[in-house]
Each structure stands twice: as structure tokens, then as C-alpha cells.
Design a protein around this ligand. Structure first.
Ligand code: SAH
Length: 356
């Protein structure tokens, strides 16, 4: 069994069922997560019997660092390997007042968004809770105490809401005071909009929600984000209004990848404020990060600027996201473990119509 698959509450129950006192789970969490100690022999306040049991029938580590790359801008990316050989990428992004870890939730992704390199990479499997949590444990070691990880974003490989049970158990560990003790507002979960799962996520912890929007009409969004055919804009935005995010006092972030000639017209910019009315929305514009699986390109700087000013003029809060770590392929949509693939797959056929 994997220790890190269990929230503190769940571990108390598992321990109790095995005749170990419940509060021992809090001690173990303190060692693993608060102190970052994974050597059972070093957990000196545990009883000799419990240490023997942990060493014999529990596993502690779920991921090992296979490769690490550091960008000129300070961004750190690592390829992490699971016991079955599956690999995922995690990225730490240093900013002025914070260090943000970008977490993966799946090996690849099944959703095939036509502009995303992870989508072209295909889908292998969900990550376990331990594999999600170990991304923080391993990256914390790599970054050291002078670059303490303060924020988490579920914006790496995969769709978090398609692996919700494991993601929720990981979030319970991230926010538990005996484990990592992060404030929920320091955690952001990004989704393309798996509508029936959004409420379930927000019920567990008041984390920030980011929604990958990318279009102002169903016709365009159907092509960019194929899941839109199941959960179209009306259903998605209706659910966000229904969830009463205003009372939760949390903005909903909308991500909008700007792609030249596809979703960057001034008509789109004018539609956005009306489309998101009634939701405490903040729009993040991300110029498309080009990669070899897509012919989509970002608009030129002047067009990005015009788009941004047009959105702001409509009364919607909007910021431009500068990509980090592009020299090590760590930017949004570039996580695809390029060297692991036998042959590059073409981007989804759906994207063809919009290629420039
Ligand atoms: N599946 C979730 C979590 C991944 S977040 C989601 O899509 O929300 C990754 C973010 O990067 C998403 O907003 C995605 O749309 C964006 N992205 C993907 N490919 C990109 C690219 N080539 N350039 C810029 N942003 C991209």
C-alpha cells in the first residue's frame, strides 16, 4: 500500500482497522509532508512496531526524478517516473512573491484539444493520489528551501476533473494542517469544463477554479475543445452561475489561448464581457505557445494588445499571461515528453480547418 494515497482522515481509518492508534496517522503525515522526511527509520517518535509495519507493508515514494531542466528565467521542469515506467512532467515557476508548482493529473490526456501538445500525446492512465502528491515532494526537494513552493496549479498534463477522486484526496493532503497546510486559495484547479464534476470539486475545498474557455461561440469551441460538444458554453457558464461563486468570494479565472485567425477577432473580444456576465470572472489571455504538433500560431503583439484593450473596455477584468520556460518546453500546452515518443503524432484532425 502507498502511504501517500491516503488523506490524513483516510489513513487514520486504515490504521485503526489494522489495530494502530488513529493519531499515529497525524504523526506519519507530519514526517512525510510537513517535514519532508521519507526514511521510516528516521521517524523517531513512532513506536518500534509501527516503524516495522511501515517498512514492511507500506510504500513511501511514488515518483523518482528522471531528468531536470532549468530555464534561463528560473523555471524548473522535471520529468518524473512512476513505478510502472509512466512519466509525467511538473514545472515550478518562480514569480516575485510566490513559487508556483504546476501539477499533472494524468499521463497524457484523453480530451484532444486541437492546440495542446499534451492532447496530441494521447492518454495512458490516471495518476494516483500518491503520484500527484509526490510531484510536490520531489519538486520541493529539487527547489530547496530558498525557493519554497507557495502555490499549486493543476495545469500540467491531463484533465483534473476526469481524475477527480485522486485529485480530491491530494487536495485534502495539500490543505490539511498536519500535512502541507496550504491555504485553499493558494490552489487553482483548471478544467476544460466537465460540468457535472465542478460542484463536487468546490464542495471539498474552496480552491480557485480556472476554466479553459478559448472561444466565444460553440462552433469555434467545438473545434478547439472537443468536449464542448458534450458540455456546450450554455451548460458550462450556466453551471458556473448556478454555483454562486460570488458568495464564495472567489473569482473564476477563464483561460483564453489566443490563436491567430481563429479566436482573436475584435468581435470575440467584444462578446467576452457579455458572455461571462453574472460570473465573478477574471480573464487570462495566453498567446498560443507554438509547438510541433500544431500549426496554430499566436497573433502578433499589436493584435494581442488590441484584443486586451477591447475586452477591458467592455468591463471585464483581463490580464495577459507571459509564458514561462519556453526554452525548456515548459510553457502552457507544451508538456508532452517529446523525447519519449516513437514518432510525432499529428495534431487532432479537428484542428485542420483552422490552421494558418
Ligand atoms: N485540462 C485542463 C488542465 C490543463 S491547463 C485544462 O485544459 O484546463 C493547461 C492550460 O494551457 C489550458 O488552459 C490549455 O488550454 C492551455 N494550453 C494548451 N495548449 C496551449 C498552447 N499551445 N499555448 C497556450 N496555452 C495552451
Amino acid at each position: 500500500m502507498q502511504l501517500k494515497d491516503h488523506s490524513v482522515e483516510a489513513l487514520r481509518e486504515v490504521f485503526a482497522a489494522r489495530g494502530v492508534e488513529r493519531w499515529r496517522a497525524d504523526q506519519v503525515a507530519g514526517w512525510l509532508y510537513a517535514r519532508g522526511v521519507e526514511e521510516v527509520a528516521a521517524m523517531t517518535d513512532l513506536s518500534r512496531e509501527l516503524r516495522a509495519e511501515l517498512a514492511e507493508s507500506w510504500e513511501v515514494r511514488a515518483l523518482e526524478v528522471e531528468r531536470e531542466q532549468r530555464s534561463a528565467d528560473g523555471t524548473v521542469k522535471a520529468v518524473l517516473r512512476a513505478a510502472d515506467g509512466a512519466r509525467v512532467e511538473a514545472v515550478v515557476i518562480p514569480e516575485e512573491d510566490r513559487n508556483t508548482l504546476c501539477l499533472s493529473t494524468q499521463v497524457g490526456c484523453p480530451l484532444e484539444c486541437s492546440f495542446c501538445a499534451t492532447g496530441a500525446f494521447g492518454f495512458t492512465r490516471n495518476l494516483s493520489t500518491a503520484e500527484i502528491v509526490d510531484q510536490l515532494c520531489r519538486m520541493r526537494e529539487l527547489c530547496g528551501p530558498e525557493r519554497r513552493i507557495t502555490n499549486l496549479v493543476f495545469m500540467g498534463m491531463g484533465e483534473p476533473l476526469l481524475n477527480l477522486a485522486a485529485v480530491l484526496e491530494a487536495i485534502r493532503l495539500f490543505v490539511h494542517p498536519k500535512a502541507f497546510g496550504l491555504a485553499p486559495r493558494r490552489i487553482t484547479v483548471s478544467t476544460v469544463g466537465v460540468v457535472p464534476k465542478i460542484g463536487e470539486l468546490l464542495d471539498v475545498a474552496p480552491v480557485h477554479l480556472a476554466v479553459s474557455l478559448h472561444a466565444t461561440t460553440d462552433a469555434v469551441r467545438d473545434e478547439l475543445v472537443p468536449l464542448n460538444r458534450r458540455f456546450p458554453l450554455d451548460a458550462l457558464l450556466g453551471e458556473l452561475r448556478r454555483l454562486d461563486t460570488v458568495n464564495r468570494r472567489r473569482p473564476v479565472f477563464f483561460e483564453y489561448t489566443l490563436i491567430a485567425g481563429v479566436n482573436d477577432s475584435l468581435v470575440d473580444a467584444r462578446r467576452l464581457p457579455a458572455l461571462l456576465r453574472g460570473i465573478p470572472a477574471k480573464l487570462n489571455l495566453i498567446p498560443m505557445n507554438p509547438h510541433e504538433d500544431s500549426r496554430f500560431l499566436p497573433p502578433d503583439e499589436a493584435s494581442v494588445d488590441r484584443f486586451l484593450r477591447e475586452v477591458a473596455a467592455g468591463g471585464l477584468r483581463v490580464t495577459l499571461r507571459r509564458s514561462r520556460g519556453p526554452d525548456i518546453q515548459a510553457a502552457c500546452g507544451q508538456l508532452a515528453l517529446r523525447d519519449e515518443r516513437a514518432g510525432a503524432t499529428a495534431a487532432g484532425a479537428l484542428g485542420d480547418r483552422f490552421r494558418v
